[in-house]
Design a protein around this ligand. Structure first.
Ligand code: FES
Length: 254
């Protein structure tokens, strides 16, 4: 099949930005009245929790909108009103924030979010073809959106996919249908390929909750060289790239 075109917005970017001009004929918006704006208790509690973390409540706009999106499936007008009511802001302020971030959906979309990375590392390993193949395999499912994404920060498992925040990869061509079936049925996506289950060079970086066939963690731990307690782990000799990190450059001191 041909590679899918990665969607670009009219301004040329792959992320939305501000596409909709302000409507100057509308009255200025007001902060929603709590007496006439019912807000689900759980959503209110989560938004208040986020507000409490910042000196300026507007700093909580993104996590508050994300919470509303989880509840409503997208940032609907009702979601904006509820968040605005709790945050004591206008919905227009929140629309301006949400429209800048392409993980906040300001139009109705499938609430299951599947992002296929099409950035450089994943593209070089077939990411764009994977996007097209997965869209085709998932088919017409209004509850699911399968879209390209610009680097999810898991380039070492390229080509990779995020299924509602569960990172899986490297995804092989032969696994596309299995992954699509899991996405459509709500099953755990490619359990053996989930990033969270991969061993890390840092023994404290992820959990040991899952078995990893062939990995003897006691042996891995015993083979890691760590500086003796109290010793200075920084190298003292300069390399061809310059002085060791954390050491003053002798030329500066001269
Ligand atoms: S390039 Fe795909 S995760 Fe970074």
């Amino acid at each position: 099949m041909s590679l899918p075109d990665v969607k670009r917005f009219s301004h040329g970017s792959r992320v939305p930005g501000w596409d909709d001009a302000v409507d100057l004929t509308k009255d200025p918006q007001e902060i929603p009245d709590p007496a006439t704006t019912p807000v689900p208790a759980d959503l209110r509690a989560e938004i208040e929790h986020h507000i409490a973390k910042y000196p300026d409540r507007r700093s909580a706009a993104i996590p508050a909108l994300a919470a509303a999106q989880r509840l409503h499936g997208w940032c609907s007008p009702e979601a904006f009103r509820q968040v605005a009511c709790v945050m004591r802001l206008t919905p227009a302020y929140l629309v301006a924030v949400a429209s800048f971030y392409d993980m906040l959906d300001t139009r109705p979309v499938g609430h299951k979010r599947v992002y296929v990375c099409t950035n450089i590392s994943c593209s070089l390993r077939g990411g764009r073809k994977l996007l097209g193949d997965l869209q085709e395999a998932v088919g017409e499912n209004v509850e699911v959106q399968v879209r390209g994404f610009e680097c999810l920060g898991a380039c070492d498992i390229a080509p990779m996919v995020s299924v509602d925040g569960v990172f899986v990869g490297p995804v092989d061509e032969g696994e596309v249908q299995e992954l699509a079936d899991q996405i459509n049925s709500g099953a755990d996506p490619l359990p053996a390929k989930q990033l969270i289950k991969r061993p890390s060079a840092d023994p404290n970086a992820n959990t040991r909750e899952w078995d990893r066939p062939g990995t003897d963690f006691e042996q891995v731990e015993s083979e890691i060289e760590r500086p003796a307690p109290g010793s200075d782990p920084l190298p003292t000799e300069p390399s061809s790239f310059g002085p060791p990190m954390g050491r003053p450059d002798p030329e500066d001191e001269a």
